[in-house]
Design a protein around this ligand. Structure first.
Ligand SMILES: [Zn+2]
Length: 236
């Protein structure tokens, strides 16, 4: 992983045009709403340690959402929808490790994202202030973090800003009750429009997940399903 090559300007213009077309199509669906905004996907912590049996913080049953994660990722790649992915990249001594035990330790296989949620043209943004390139050159931006909240990475605010203010954010990943909840709340706090793909998330604690989903809906968040995202945009 690392910095990918920049795309040629012509390809970037094509991607921007395709994204505009896709956003328009999304708007015409009655379940997936974009309010005329550009669509981005927000992929939360879809890493080996959480998703695969034998992972260090395996979420029971999480492997069942992998086909949907794969479809969403492939669809984004095919339609030039940018994906912002958060990824735990822990170091020994991170406070989270005391509560949940070691997981997603930087440099271990378990920290890797599952291949089903990776696009070839991606950039990894480490958890220290860096100068960001023009992110429109990438289909996937992976933001590393050492705490639940993606915005603890000092670059995340700017990453989001680069994709614009008027965005429709389609979110999925793990875990519904912890890092998905944290990311959704952080985006709602910033006045962002968030739709959660209900069959592409998995929880460690179903009760906490249900109470988050309740508050998410009350705050204006919407629930969609993978097939809505794909069906309502497949003609794009
Ligand atoms: Zn973590």
């Amino acid at each position: 992983m690392g910095f990918s090559l920049e795309l040629a300007p012509q390809l970037r213009r094509q991607m921007a045009a395709l994204n505009a077309i896709t956003a328009h199509r999304l708007e015409s669906g009655n379940r997936v709403s974009t309010r005329g905004a550009n669509v981005i996907f927000w992929d939360v912590d879809t890493q080996i340690d959480f998703l695969l049996p034998g992972g260090r913080l395996y979420v029971p049953g999480a492997e069942k959402i992998i086909p949907n994660l794969h479809e969403l990722t492939a669809w984004a790649g095919a339609h030039c929808i940018p994906i912002i992915s958060s990824a735990c990249a822990h170091l020994p001594g991170d406070p989270e490790m005391r509560t949940y035990g070691p997981h997603c330790v930087a440099g271990t296989p378990g920290q890797q994202k599952i291949p089903e949620t990776l696009l070839p043209n991606r950039l990894v943004v480490p958890n220290r202030r860096v100068e960001l390139p023009d992110l429109r050159s990438f289909l996937q931006v992976i933001v590393e973090k050492q705490a639940f909240d993606s915005f603890t990475n000092p670059n995340t605010e700017q990453v989001l800003q680069q994709f614009g203010n008027d965005l429709s954010i389609v979110m999925y990943g793990v875990t519904t009750d912890i890092c998905v909840a944290c990311a959704a709340d952080a985006l709602l706090d910033r006045g962002r429009h968030v739709q959660l793909v209900s069959n592409a998330v998995a929880a460690l604690d179903e009760k906490k997940a249900a109470s988050f989903l309740d508050s998410f809906r009350k705050r204006g968040g919407m629930l969609v399903r993978t097939r809505n995202v794909l069906r309502e945009t497949s003609a794009a």
